[in-house]
Each structure stands twice: as C-alpha cells, then as structure tokens.
Design a protein around this ligand. Structure first.
Ligand code: CP3
Length: 368
C-alpha cells in the first residue's frame, strides 16, 4: 500500500529550484511572477468565484443569457461576466467563466442547473451508462469555451493574467455518479470500492478529456491553469492516492510536456497534511489552500516543497466584513511575507457577499 507521506520532501521536485528557472524572461503579469521565483509584497490577488451571483451585473447578464449553461457556452456573455470583477476590482488574474460540469455535459451526460438547487445530472452507475459518454463529441462545446478564452485575451488589460481551469477527475466523477452535489460523495466512493476497474474507466475518460480541454484552453490564450478538486478531502489515504493523486499527476505530466511554461495550480480541498504528498507527487506549481489549512504548512512546509501557495481567507469573512475581515487579511499577509504567495479565499465567494467588502479586501491586501 502506498500511504501518503505528509513529511516527505524527496519527491520529483528538488527544493530550492524555482519552478520559473526555465522561463526565458520575467512576465509583465504580476500574477505569474511567484511562479518565476519571486516573493511579491503585496502578493498578487484574485478570488475563486470572483464572477458570480454576489454581483448585480452578473445576475443581469445571466438573466439575459438564459440558463446557466447557456451563459457558459455563450462566448459574448461568458466574456462579459469574466471581465466584470476585473473592471470593479482590478484583480491580478481573471478566471475563465465556465463550470467544472461543462466536461460531463460535453461528454453527453445530461446536466442541468436548477435555480437555487445546484446541478442535477442523469447519474452514471453502470458500464452501459459509461459507454454512452463520447469524448469524440466534446469538440463543439469546448470550441465555444475556447472562443471565450480568445476573446478574453483580446479584451483583458495586458497586465491581467488569464486562468483556465477544469474540475479534477475525482470531483467531476462524484457529481457524475451521484447525479447532484452531496456531502459524502457516497455513490462514487461505493462504486470505487465495489468495482475499481469500472470506476477507473470513468476516471481515465475524465483524465483524457481534461488534458484535451486544458490543452485547448492554453492554445486559446490561458496563462495558467487551476485544477479544482473540491471533494479531495473525503477519501482515505489509499483511495486519495488512486483517485486524486494519480489522475492529477497524469494531467499535469501531459500538460507539462506540451506547455512547460504554463503554471498549474492544484486545489485539493480538505486534503490537510496529505496536500504535501499531493504536491510532491503531482508536480503542480501552485497549491490552493482551503480555509482549514494549518498556517505552518502554508508558510513553511510548502516552501520546502518549492511550490507557490495560494489561499486561504474564509469566504464568510467577506460576508462579515469590518475589523474581523481586516484583521485576518493582515494575519495572512504577515504569515506569508517573504513567501511566493497569491492571496485568495479558501473556497469560492458566496452569493450573500456585499460587493463593497470585496473592494475592502483588495485595498487591504494592496495596502491602499
Ligand atoms: O471562479 C469563477 O469565477 C469562475 C467560474 C466557476 C464557476 N464554477 C461558476 C459558477 C468555477 C471555477 C466553478 C467551479 C466549480 N463548479 C466547482 C469547483 C469549485 C468549488 O466551488 O468547489 C464546483 C464543485 C462546481 C459545480 C457547481 N457549479 C455547483 C455545485 C454549483 C451550484 C452551487 C453554487 O455555488 O451556486 C455551480 C453553479 C455555478 N458555477 C455558479 C457559478 C457562478 C452559480 C450559478 C448561478 O448563476 O446560479
């Protein structure tokens, strides 16, 4: 059994070699500099779900586009909502507006987003369900998403980096198998225990499709990539190795072969100490830290791994605002001073966030 070794520092990357040492010149996009070996003060800042329902202009564009998936597949509307938070707050990076469930939808699984209910999918539970997924069908929908990427590169300020993304195979599979969001991902975990070979086929399909999808996003103009593994934290160590680490490693290896200059950030939410193993094994350039990540890991343990750290303000502090927000922002900045760090939340912005608190956070981070 290959159990995670949280204290391991002997992985594929040698500590002390900045990931950016292969880059020819320093980027004019601040967001990219930590990946080129620079510890910036103030750090670059962007926020997960920075485009979303907390912004009135997002709600207006979404209504105009029709359904949530129509919004994702309309290059004009998706470009507009990606730019909205950049106009308001001048973040150092924009994140392509789409959703991790675009991948199952493009593969031919029925996906809908009911207002106020979250996503619903026609669940995949059998080999016959699996056989209906068709990677050859994804081209048309991925082209629409990539058209958004191209438009964005043309419309974003030159100094703003553009992040492309996908969901990690494990997290995407949990929705595909359960048919909806769940707190324990029981259906996917049970399938993986009862029929690991069958479940592996689903994961392999997602690995191949995600490589193609991310490759296309980079060719269309994405400067960096993030892999969202929202449900990484529910798996015991050996399952974490099989379904989180191995698929992510395969995606990172394939992208590194094609685009060695494009940094990849992993976000294995809830992984705790196993995030060190994840960094060591997968070869990601950046690690997204959730709200519960211990401070010593963010400031010290990851530094020994030679990885850029991103995170980890509690999104609810953006709802609370005031002194509680300011104090925690200051604490994080102090903890990460001198480190290669990108300021972000520990999870996405929630809809009830007052937009003025986001402005307050950005000013506080930048010392304005
Ligand atoms: O960060 C960004 O601004 C870029 C766009 C983005 C969205 N979803 C837009 C979205 C990104 C990167 C995602 C990732 C995503 N989607 C994840 C991983 C990160 C995380 O939040 O854990 C997951 C698990 C999903 C799946 C998903 N999409 C759920 C569970 C839901 C419903 C619950 C919710 O938070 O609304 C969505 C819908 C969704 N994706 C919205 C947005 C802005 C809200 C849709 C609306 O307008 O009603």
């Amino acid at each position: 059994m290959s159990a995670p070794k949280p204290s391991s520092r002997t992985g594929s990357r040698a500590a002390g070699q900045p990931t950016g040492s292969r880059s020819p010149g320093k980027s004019h996009r601040r967001f990219l500099l930590p990946f080129q070996g620079e510890a910036l003060s103030p750090p670059p800042v962007w926020l997960m779900r920075q485009a979303g329902r907390y912004l009135p202009e997002y709600r207006a564009t979404r209504d105009e586009a029709g359904s949530f998936l129509d919004l994702c597949y309309s290059p004009r509307h998706a470009t507009e909502v990606t730019l909205q938070p950049i106009r308001r707050y001048g973040f150092d990076a924009a994140i392509l507006f789409a959703d991790i469930l675009v991948v199952p939808d493009a593969l031919g699984q029925k996906v809908t987003f009911e207002a106020g209910e979250g996503p619903k999918l026609e669940p995949i539970r059998t080999a016959a369900d699996l056989a209906r997924l068709d990677p050859a069908k994804t081209g048309g929908k991925f082209s629409l998403i990539c058209e958004t990427v191209e438009r964005l590169r043309g419309e974003l300020p030159d100094e703003t980096a553009l992040i492309g993304f996908c969901g990690a195979p494990w997290t995407v599979a949990t929705y595909m198998v359960q048919g909806e969001g769940s707190s324990d991902q029981a259906e996917a975990r049970l399938w993986a225990y009862r029929d690991p070979q069958g479940f592996q086929k689903l994961i392999d399909t997602l690995v191949e499709t995600s490589i193609d999808y991310l490759d296309r996003q980079v060719k269309a103009g994405a400067d960096a990539l993030q892999i969202f593994d929202t449900w990484a934290g529910t798996l015991p160590d050996n399952e974490f190795d099989k379904w989180v680490v191995a698929p992510t490693k395969a995606i990172v290896a394939a992208l590194k072969e094609r685009h060695p200059e494009v940094p990849i950030i992993g976000f294995p939410r809830g992984a705790g100490g196993a995030a060190l193993w994840y960094v060591d094994e997968t070869g990601v350039d950046g690690i997204g830290c959730d709200t519960a990540m211990p401070p010593y890991m963010m400031s010290e343990a990851f530094e020994d791994e030679d990885v850029v750290v991103q995170g980890n303000l509690d999104p609810l502090l953006l709802v609370a605002g005031g002194d509680a927000l300011d104090e925690r922002v200051d604490e994080i900045l102090e903890l990460m001073e001198g480190r290669r760090f990108i300021f972000n939340l520990g999870h996405g912005i929630v809809p009830q966030t007052p937009p003025e608190n986001v402005a307050r956070l950005v000013h506080r981070v930048r010392g304005e």
